[in-house]
Write a protein that binds this ligand. Structure first.
Ligand SMILES: [Zn+2]
Ligand SMILES: [Zn+2]
Length: 142
């Protein structure tokens, strides 16, 4: 997919654009994402900061008290628009992107599992399952 996709929150008050292609696509099982996003697995794409631009609405932010993570959310409905990770990348949940297009674009489907060591749900699929980050060892079924 190339071009610009406009994504909006549940209530429609806030919107942002995604420009081009994500830098990474993953299901993240880490403790930090689980706590911070309130979901057993965070399925998301990661973007360079400049590729994500808020175009409408009032947003608010929350910075994790300890970790280098923050969230930007709609000031009215509270839905997370995107997070910012410790590398400064924007982390956009697949749920909000899927709403924009009716489904998640095929090219943006997750390509791997990260921090599978910390999972609370087992996943039976063919994607590589890295126990920690993508530069480390993979989970192997015993
Ligand atoms: Zn909203
Ligand atoms: Zn994570």
């Amino acid at each position: 997919m190339t071009g610009i996709l406009t994504v909006q929150c549940m209530c429609g008050q806030a919107a942002f654009e995604l420009h081009g292609e994500p830098a990474a696509r993953a299901h993240c099982h880490c403790n930090a994402c689980r706590d911070f996003y309130g979901s057993a697995i965070l399925s998301a794409t990661a973007w360079n900061a400049g590729a994500v631009q808020i175009t409408r609405g009032e947003t608010a932010g929350f910075t994790h008290p300890v970790r280098q993570m923050s969230r930007t959310f709609c000031a009215r409905c509270g839905e997370t628009l995107f997070g910012t990770n410790r590398l400064g990348m924007r982390v956009v949940p697949n749920s909000i992107v899927a709403r924009a297009g009716g489904s998640l674009p095929q090219a943006w489907q997750p390509s791997m599992h990260l921090f599978y060591r910390h999972r609370v749900i087992d996943v039976d699929d063919v994607l590589p399952k890295y126990l920690d980050g993508w530069d480390g060892p993979q989970f192997v079924l015993a």
